[in-house]
Write a protein that binds this ligand. Structure first.
Ligand code: ACO
Length: 337
């Protein structure tokens, strides 16, 4: 039977490091508050010159993943791009990435699932491969948050969290009897809590998507978040969805070599590890360096975990999990071939 195998990974962040001290200069915050509440020390932002979008970061990450897989762009038969910050309102960043890769007919699908974009993307890639619809898939998570943040004290709870970046994986269908590839996925959403974390404008439900005369400092242009609610939801839903994915894969938590959670807040991930009674080294963190890069955070973390040999040997089992805007949450278990 065909299994969905991760052939390679790649990641890319733009060149500008923004430390917590840099943010202290523009908003009323402190390095101490940010580190204590989130674990973040710095993040990367694009040049604010209008020249870089999510697909550009995704393109750089894709080039690294393609080279490592020994694929050319022409080998790809399906592109999935997960982002909440598409380059433009439409068409999707997957189409823009496809053109940057020099392609002109390869199908490209955007996924708008925020922090769980990579989880939904991996489950979709697995379904496409197992159904025979595609065999070589480029899955990318890419975000440019910095151009959409409220860089005044009003937006400080969110602005300190987010960073720009992209991660890419090449996934191939491989015929094998081994237990390998995507073992299970459990995905959920609760649209009743959509307003707990959202950006309201531009909005198709309004007669004018960008209402006439709305000043650009209108709060509806910027993300708003009920942080404490999201925090509590993450700690309630993630253990449940992790168990659901373990049951579906017929394996126990002891058999998981590494958990790679979405990097939203180090306190959420440490509390999750404690709740599951896991050793600290079983939960991967890199939020200190990158902040929350949303759909890019899990593939970037996977790339670094593999570079550090924390995961990736034949037989290793990794569990990806996360919760974010939507609300959406999920867990995918993957075994290396
Ligand atoms: N610097 C200094 N003070 C701040 C800042 C800041 N950057 N942000 C908020 N504060 C203040 C608040 O104004 C508040 O002050 P008050 O007590 O005088 O009213 C105080 O700090 C505490 O605010 P809380 O929001 O209660 O702080 P909390 O401990 O909950 O931490 C945080 C906030 C970090 C946002 C936390 O709630 C969190 O991480 N939540 C989860 C976020 C998450 O996982 N999001 C999902 C992923 S993102 C996605 O899907 C796109």
């Amino acid at each position: 039977m065909k299994k969905s195998i991760i052939k390679s990974t790649g990641m890319f962040v733009p060149p500008n490091i923004i430390t917590n001290h840099d943010l202290e200069k523009i908003i009323d915050t402190s390095d101490e508050w940010i580190q204590q509440r989130t674990g973040i020390e710095q993040r990367y932002w694009i040049d604010q010159d209008g020249a870089t979008g999510a697909s550009d970061l995704g393109f750089e990450a894709s080039k690294i993943a393609l080279k490592a897989a020994d694929w050319t762009a022409q080998d790809i038969d399906f592109i999935i791009f997960a982002t909440l910050s598409p380059d433009i309102m439409f068409p999707g960043s997957g189409c823009l990435l496809q053109a940057k890769l020099g392609l002109d007919s390869t199908p490209a699908l955007d996924i708008r699932q925020q922090c769980t974009g990579f989880l939904y993307g991996l489950a979709t890639a697995d379904a496409y491969i197992k159904s025979g619809l595609a065999n070589k898939i480029l899955l990318v998570g890419g975000e440019v948050h910095s151009s959409g943040l409220d860089k005044t004290t009003r937006g400080r709870d969110i602005t300190v969290i987010f960073g720009d970046g992209a991660g890419a994986v090449c996934i191939e269908g491989v015929e094998t009897d081994e237990q390998a590839g995507v073992l299970s996925s459990a995905l959920h959403a609760d649209g009743n809590l959509a307003e707990a974390l959202m950006t309201e404008l531009p909005a198709s439900r309004l007669p004018l998507r960008v209402p006439e005369g709305v000043p650009t400092d209108d709060a509806r242009y910027y993300p708003v978040m009920d942080g404490p609610l999201i925090f509590k939801k993450a700690l309630r839903m993630l253990p449940k969805v992790i168990n659901e994915s373990l049951e579906k894969a017929h394996i126990s938590l002891d058999e998981i070599d590494l958990i790679i959670p979405h990097q939203a807040n180090i306190r959420i991930n440490q509390a999750l590890g404690q709740f599951l009674k896991l050793d600290d080294n079983k939960v991967f963190h890199n939020i200190q360096k990158y902040g929350n890069t949303t759909a890019a955070s899990i593939p970037m973390a996977l790339h670094e975990a593999m570079e550090q040999n924390r995961i990736g040997a034949s037989g290793d089992v990794v569990l990806f999990t996360g919760l974010g805007a939507g609300l959406t949450w999920g867990s995918v278990i993957y075994k290396f071939l």
